[in-house]
Design a protein around this ligand. Structure first.
Ligand code: 5AD
Ligand code: SF4
Length: 485
């Protein structure tokens, strides 16, 4: 994937394994503009937040530069999900502070998920940054930068019960002009024992659906043809006027009548145009409803693709993970998906080596893969995060080499599954949304089908943003290869 460029794919696809990406603006820098170098790590949500930050700072006269040495302001939007993500950012901050030594006026800011946890360390002890701003305080950035220019170190890591940046129209960075992310909610109220997100991003709150639909319309008018609705747990989206998440049953009668849930939101966005594709991420097995599945079934432009993290296929491990479902529940959701939308692709996340995971637990996870045949599996080695339930309650007792061994088994299985799934597509014809020129050849384009699989095919007269029909003739584990039908 090109620097700073998003695919319309998954939140987790973009996690910290991908090195930080310098965000690229679209325009030519104005000689007098203040220059902002903005680097982002982590999930799609975080990349979308960077687009909000760029929008806020654009109003203050900042323009994006891809050259960090030119910048007056260097911001790094960080991820805390695994220890390695944090380590990468720390190394990067050391490089930025060397730039500052040669250019003392440069302001260096730490944004995002690492802000709350590491503010004191990075700001006061290690003096690596000048400002620290948490995910709910980006509107304060201009003020904090001003304070910093006045010689003061500034911090705002307050998490909000209300903030959704609903009124801010993100500046699309590094865009392919075809696919874009639209945040529909912020924060997370689930207490998965391994996860740091509830601590770094705060309470769950949903964004006003009118502003979501308006943003999707604007994107369509600008030529975009696919939006991915983003949230930590999209199935629990519920608009009832704003503020922290409440269960539907706890709403007043009036609130219930005017409320909008995720299935309803999908339908509202689907109606923007039949030529606008809709994807979403991430779903939670405890919250995904049949209504969501029927919304996908009933609207051709809502893509036949669901990312449904399982985390483990063993019920005792799921219990310790506090996922609030067991293996049978997860499998029943897979069955519902396959029954209601037979042609739906499903991907998942799996953590190997969570506290107390035995060989048998791992075998049970592998067994679910045999049963389900996911189109893709994102695998992660368990990484203990300070302050989480798991860190407080359980010992991180699976040896590193066993974590790695289980991960490798998963990787092998995943590659076989993807290849088998792709082989089944040979001979089939798909509608493809063209996203760009293939990396391998100028004569080939690439795009995705509804199931989120990448297809490479001859260019002819097509261009990014067009729909075309492609017959699959060959494949690798990662890509379908086809000809125009
Ligand atoms: N260690 C390893 N993987 C984690 N994930 C979340 N927290 C951790 C952790 N502490 C994984 C989960 C989640 C994905 C985004 O990252 O699988 O779905
Ligand atoms: Fe995204 Fe979670 Fe990483 Fe924060 S910690 S950037 S929410 S993946």
């Amino acid at each position: 994937m090109a620097k700073g460029q998003f695919s319309g794919a998954l939140v987790e696809q973009l996690e910290e394994k991908r090195q930080g990406e310098a965000m690229q603006g679209n325009g030519v820098a104005n000689a007098k503009a203040k220059l902002l170098y903005l680097e982002s790590y982590g999930c799609a949500m975080n990349f979308n937040d960077s687009e909000i930050v760029a929008s806020i700072l654009k109003k203050e006269g900042y323009e994006i530069t891809p050259v960090m040495h030119d910048a007056h302001l260097i911001l790094v939007n960080t991820c805390s999900i695994r220890e390695r993500a944090e380590q990468t950012v720390r190394n990067r901050l050391r490089q930025f502070s060397r730039i500052k030594k040669n250019k003392p006026g440069t302001v260096i800011g730490l944004l995002g998920c690492m802000a709350e946890r590491l503010k004191e360390k990075l700001l006061e002890q290690e003096k690596l940054v000048d400002i620290v701003v948490g995910p709910d305080a980006y509107r304060e950035l201009p003020k904090l930068i001003d304070e910093c220019n006045g010689g003061q170190k500034s911090v705002n890591v307050l998490l909000s019960l209300e903030e959704t940046y609903a009124d801010i129209s993100p500046v699309r960075l590094g865009t392919n002009g075809v696919t874009a992310f639209v945040s529909i909610m912020r924060g997370c109220d689930n207490m998965c024992s391994f996860c740091v997100v509830p601590y770094t991003r705060g309470r769950e709150r949903s964004r006003n659906p009118e502003t979501i639909v308006q943003e999707a319309k604007d994107m369509f008018d600008k030529g975009f043809r696919e939006v991915t609705l983003l949230g930590q747990n999209v199935d629990s989206y519920l608009w009832f006027g704003g503020g922290p998440k409440k269960e539907f049953e706890k709403l007043t009668k009036e609130e219930q009548e005017s409320s909008v849930n995720f299935a309803q939101l999908l339908e509202l966005v689907a109606k923007v145009s039949p030529d606008l594709r809709i994807r979403f991420s991430t779903s939670h097995p405890k919250d995904i409803t049949d209504d969501v599945l029927y919304a996908i079934k009933n609207h051709k432009n809502i893509c036949n693709y669901i990312h449904l993290p399982m985390q483990s296929g063993s019920s005792p491990v799921l219990k310790r993970m506090n996922r609030t479902y067991d293996r049978e529940w997860y499998l029943s959701k897979i069955d519902a998906i396959k029954t209601i939308i037979p042609d739906c692709a499903v991907s998942t996340d799996i953590i190997t080596g969570f506290c107390g995971e035995t060989d048998e637990d791992h075998k049970n996870t592998m067994g679910v893969l045999d049963y389900t045949q996911f189109e893709f599996v994102y695998q992660f080695k368990y990484s203990e995060r300070p302050g989480t339930l798991a860190a407080r309650q359980y010992e991180d007792d699976v040896p590193e080499e066993i974590k790695t061994q289980r991960l490798n088994e998963l990787i092998k299985k995943q590659s076989e599954m993807s290849y088998n799934s792709n082989l089944k597509d040979i001979g089939r014809t798909f509608e493809v949304l063209v996203e760009g020129t293939s990396k391998r050849s100028e004569e080939q384009l690439y795009g995705r089908n509804s199931q989120n699989k990448v297809i490479v095919f001859p260019k002819a007269d097509y261009k990014p943003g067009d729909y075309t029909t492609v017959k699959v003739t060959d494949c690798t584990a990662g890509t379908l290869i086809g000809e125009l039908a």
